[in-house]
Design a protein around this ligand. Structure first.
Ligand code: BEZ
Ligand code: FE2
Length: 401
């Protein structure tokens, strides 16, 4: 049993309690939170913070070799560069490349991440990851000539990941997007997710190109599909796409161009949204309307996306970017929401038993120090986001990593 004492214990419980000079007692799970608890405590020092470790819901570590290969600034140009460089990037990301990516997440206090795997190349590097992994086997493919082969490949990857399931490695599924997956494949995969109770992720309404393609079969995607697939037409309406995920645990990634009806539908089926502000900025697609997301009472997480559309996997940097980009929301209240996004909300999206300091939760915790004391408790989340880049300690299942 370990007992830590910190100046600020940010519980992330339902009442958003921040306790001063409090103690947390844990082994693999959190046992007790409070004052004068039994046993000898380790005091974390002046201005110390103890809070739940962060969760990065959406990454593509397969692309971690990218630094300058992919072309930023325009969605379709970027997508073409991904198609062009994909194999090359995959081949150049091996052991050290995955290790570096995980190390950066670890330093920024991430205990768990959602990995979107399109190839299965990443499995051998991630199955023994020191951080918890929720492994989203992704399907892509609209061309009827290849859907059977794509499905078989998906099933093989899913089976392999299912055989590796343990406390720290959980399989899941991902449908790349409404424009890139054949509806027949969508149905088959959603059915599997329902039967096996697996979380789902899908990119949704990331770019204006996706909006005009799905609404009218027009815009830059028309040329893209003519070039790659000849005479393709959009295969599904956006609302129909969302509706398919009823009665599942689904997170829609981006939603920058989701309209009111779609947000209403996302809310109605109790799906979630992952906000990736840096990726959206680099691909120059604008920003998610977080105020609307809040008005529709949709829970959201914040994620880095992959190094295919980011310069960093540090989640403190990502929520700081969100804080600075989301200028319609008051920084004090937005900061509170952003800490929730990368802890409690993220845990729900990934079906994890962590994300808050409450009895019975996994002891996935981080410790770090603020530069000075903070008198007003209400402002602590904002000060944490402004002043934290790396953590001092990361505990996963009660063990120091
Ligand atoms: C496809 O494989 O059908 C596809 C891939 C990327 C974008 C659109 C479609
Ligand atoms: Fe993504």
């Amino acid at each position: 049993m370990i007992k830590l004492k910190a100046d600020y214990v940010v519980t992330m419980n339902k009442n958003y309690e921040i306790l001063l000079n409090a103690e947390v007692l844990f082994d693999k799970k959190i046992k007790e939170i409070g004052y004068n608890l039994p046993g000898k405590s380790i005091y974390l020092g002046k201005n110390s913070v103890l809070m739940p470790a962060l969760i990065n819901t959406h990454t593509h570590l397969e692309f971690s070799a990218n630094k300058t290969s992919l072309i930023y600034g325009d969605f379709i140009t970027w997508l073409e560069s991904v198609i062009d460089k994909r194999e090359e990037l995959f081949l150049s990301c091996k052991g050290d490349c995955y290790k570096k990516a995980i190390e950066e997440m670890k330093k920024s206090g991430i205990c768990a991440f959602g990995e979107i795997s399109s190839s299965g190349n990443d499995l051998k590097y991630l199955k023994h990851s020191p951080l918890k992994v929720v492994y989203f086997n992704e399907i892509i493919g609209t061309n009827p000539a290849v859907v059977d082969a794509m499905y078989q490949d998906f099933l093989n990857r899913l089976d392999e990941s299912l055989s590796l399931e343990n406390e720290n490695f959980k399989p899941a599924v991902s449908i790349h997007s409404p424009y890139s997956v054949h509806p027949i494949l969508m149905d088959k995969i959603i059915q599997i997710a329902k039967e096996k109770k697996l979380p789902i992720q899908a990119h949704f309404m990331e770019s204006p190109a996706e909006r005009s393609w799905l609404d009218k079969g027009e815009g830059p995607f028309k040329l893209f599909f003519e070039k790659h697939f000849k005479n393709a037409k959009p295969l599904i309406k956006p609302l129909e796409f969302i509706e398919k995920f009823k009665n599942t645990n689904t997170t829609f990634i981006h939603c920058v161009y989701a309209n009111e009806k779609e947000l209403e539908k996302i809310s109605e089926i109790d799906a979630k949204i992952a906000h990736c502000p840096v990726s959206n900025r680099l691909l120059n697609v604008g920003k998610l309307d977080l105020e609307k997301v809040k008005n529709y009472k949709i829970d959201y997480s914040v994620a880095t996306d992959g190094l295919s559309s980011n310069y960093s996997l540090n989640l403190f940097k990502e929520i700081r970017a969100a804080l600075l980009i989301q200028t319609d929301l008051h920084p004090k209240y937005l900061a509170k929401d952003l800490l929730k996004a990368v802890t409690v909300n993220a845990a729900k999206e990934l079906n994890l038993n962590n994300g808050s300091i409450e009895i019975g939760k996994d002891a996935d915790l981080i410790t770090f120090k603020l530069p000075e004391s903070v008198n007003n408790l209400d402002i602590i989340p904002l000060q944490i986001i402004l002043h934290t880049n790396e953590v001092n300690e990361l505990y996963i299942n009660g063990g120091k990593i």
